[in-house]
Design a protein around this ligand. Structure first.
Ligand code: E4P
Length: 217
């Protein structure tokens, strides 16, 4: 499973990329707002740091403007992935843009049939939002399982990009189901490395090593 980080914070992206943890990045208009800098500058900088797909979202809502904005964003770098909302116009734009060879991430997916439509429109990635479904007492992880089954039934190549991840358990379950990618906020991604028994074990090993009086080099 690939890991993308869900942020527009370049410092966080650099740190995670340096640690070798990143296969890509997702941004959205809310994350750009938090970063408080011009979107095109942010996307260009991220694309310099990360080789994998960097999702940049259009803000137009009609087909023609989505295609126009998508192409402007894709000019920033070869690894820009145009992010389109799951609407009728978005799907039409997806079909045309992927037909022309652009990478497309269809976002704001909340049902399995929406994901089926995105795959039929040739989406490179589908982004089902787990946390936002859980927030309204629906089962976000069941959606990932349903999409996995449907895509496997028909051998769709669209990658399942599990989004709106809130917890370590979301990552674990999405991986067990076979999501292709998880996009994870930086703090949650860094938290995946943590286990209290790892810290405790390391403390013990270091304390015992000190007692030996040895050094390795
Ligand atoms: C996905 O690409 C979205 O940017 C993101 O995962 C949304 O997550 P949120 O529900 O935590 O805002």
């Amino acid at each position: 499973m690939k890991f993308f980080v869900d942020t527009a914070d370049i410092a966080e992206i650099r740190e995670l990329a340096d640690a070798g943890l990143l296969d890509g990045v997702t941004t959205n208009p809310s994350l750009i707002m938090k970063a408080d800098r011009p979107m095109k500058d942010i996307v260009a900088e991220i694309c310099d740091v990360v080789d994998g797909p960097v999702s940049a979202e259009v803000t137009a809502t009609d087909y023609a403007s989505m295609v126009r904005e998508g192409k402007i964003l894709a000019e920033i770098a070869d690894n820009v992935c145009i992010k389109l909302p799951l609407t009728l116009d978005g799907l039409k734009a997806c079909k045309d843009l992927t037909g022309e060879g652009y990478l497309v991430n269809v976002t704001l997916c909340f049902s399995a049939v929406q994901a089926l439509l995105a795959a039929k429109a040739g989406a490179t990635f589908i982004s089902p939002f787990i946390g936002r479904l859980d927030d309204i007492n629906l089962d976000g992880m069941q959606l990932i399982a349903d999409i996995r089954r449907i895509y496997d039934n028909y051998e769709f190549e669209t990658e399942i990009l599990a989004a709106s991840i809130r917890t370590m358990n979301h990552v674990r379950e999405a991986a067990l189901i076979g999501a292709d990618v998880c996009t994870v906020p930086p703090a949650t991604l860094k938290g995946l490395v943590k286990h209290p028994l790892t810290d405790k074990g390391l403390d013990q090993f270091l304390a015992d090593w000190k007692k030996t009086g040895q050094t390795i080099g």
